[in-house]
Ligand binder design. Structure first.
Ligand SMILES: Nc1nc2c(c(=O)[nH]1)N[C@H]1C(S)=C(S)[C@@H](COP(=O)(O)O)O[C@H]1N2
Ligand SMILES: [Mo]
Length: 322
């Protein structure tokens, strides 16, 4: 039985993260920077060595950038994006980076099942050996109205779909995050519908933009970004980009996502970015860029209309923008 009270997702980001917390974060970052420069352990979150220890894929990176995806914005510094995360499994606030280091990312098995010809359980390193990795710089727009621009490494989700061989009856791809309350303290909050679930239509999943991220900033994904495998669907609000995926299921039924289960009136299936459709409790007209705190206009489909607008042509009756 869900407990109805004001939690983080009930508030716009400006209310969730008051200014004094931003200030504290800057001070913390300055401290970490100093620690890194002086070789103290606190800085290791940002260093290459931090990944190599338990990530055998480190040698695969960096990978060549695909210049087809140009973003006119500056890349968000790693020290900002890697210390300001949404990953409710590790806490309902932005400073989960150190808690997320408890996640064990090897062995990591990914189950592919449902309406497909090649159901299988495949280890992440096996999967990595079957795909061609590339780097793409994408915008990311959280429904809370903050945004970042980051260089993901990974492969098109369409390649994983092909590997699975979906059957004619498969209309949706359902994705699921790990469930391990011993490691992820947030998952001990039993009122939430764990594990985190997200879904796309097959047309969305095979759109050229839908990307399986396995790395970022030329290295394997740090755990707080959703290692070892997370989705990046940049035309949708950030909550669609599910982290630390363990299961892909091809299905005829539209999956109900984690946030939709919690608050269906505010977080729908489509969640396409649109400046003109406010969240029920705040405007989506502008967004705040991480690092500079600059306010910029939000763009329809987060600026990716050319690639995705056609997907929604015949869906006027649907709530496409929540
Ligand atoms: N499993 C899982 N995936 C998740 C989330 C989460 O809490 N759990 N948060 C989502 C939200 S709201 C956003 S904005 C992005 C944040 O990604 P980042 O922390 O890498 O910036 O991850 C998304 N994926
Ligand atoms: Mo988000």
């Amino acid at each position: 039985m869900p407990i109805i009270k004001k939690r983080a997702w009930d508030l716009p980001e400006s209310a969730v993260t008051p200014e004094h917390v931003f200030l504290n974060r800057r001070q913390i970052l300055a401290g970490l920077g100093f620690a890194a420069a002086s070789g103290v352990a606190g800085g290791s979150l940002f260093s290459r060595a931090a990944h190599a220890a338990d990530d055998p894929s480190a040698e695969l990176y960096p990978v060549a950038r695909n210049d087809a995806y140009q973003v006119e914005r500056a890349i968000t510094p790693e020290k900002v994006s890697s210390t300001y995360n949404n990953f409710y499994e590790f806490g309902s606030h932005k400073q989960i980076a150190s808690a997320a280091q408890a996640l064990k990312i090897r062995p990591w098995e990914v189950k592919i099942d449902g309406l497909c010809d090649n159901p299988q359980t495949i280890g992440i390193d096996d999967l990595l050996s079957k795909v061609q990795l590339e780097e793409r710089v994408y915008r990311h727009r959280c429904v809370e109205a903050w945004a970042m621009t980051v260089p993901w490494s990974g492969f098109p989700l369409a390649d994983l779909v092909k590997l699975a061989g979906p059957q004619a009856g498969a209309k949706y791809l359902r994705m699921e995050t790990f469930f391990d309350p011993e490691v992820a303290s947030g998952q001990r909050a039993s009122w939430n519908p764990w594990p985190y679930v997200e879904g796309l239509t097959i047309e969305e999943a095979t759109n050229e933009l839908a990307f399986m991220a396995t790395g970022i900033y030329g290295k394997p994904l740090a755990k707080q970004f959703g290692a070892p495998l997370r989705l990046a669907v940049p035309w949708k609000y950030g909550f669609k980009s599910i982290k630390s995926i363990v299961r892909f299921t091809f299905t005829a039924e539209r999956p109900v996502s984690f946030w939709e289960k919690i608050q269906a009136a505010e977080y729908g299936f489509w969640a396409n970015v649109n400046p003109e459709v406010p969240h029920p409790r705040w405007s989506q007209a502008t967004e705040r860029l991480l690092a500079t705190d600059e306010r910029v206009p939000t763009r329809l489909y987060n600026g990716y209309g050319e690639q995705v607008a056609h997907l929604y042509k015949d869906l006027e009756g649907e709530a496409l923008f929540m």
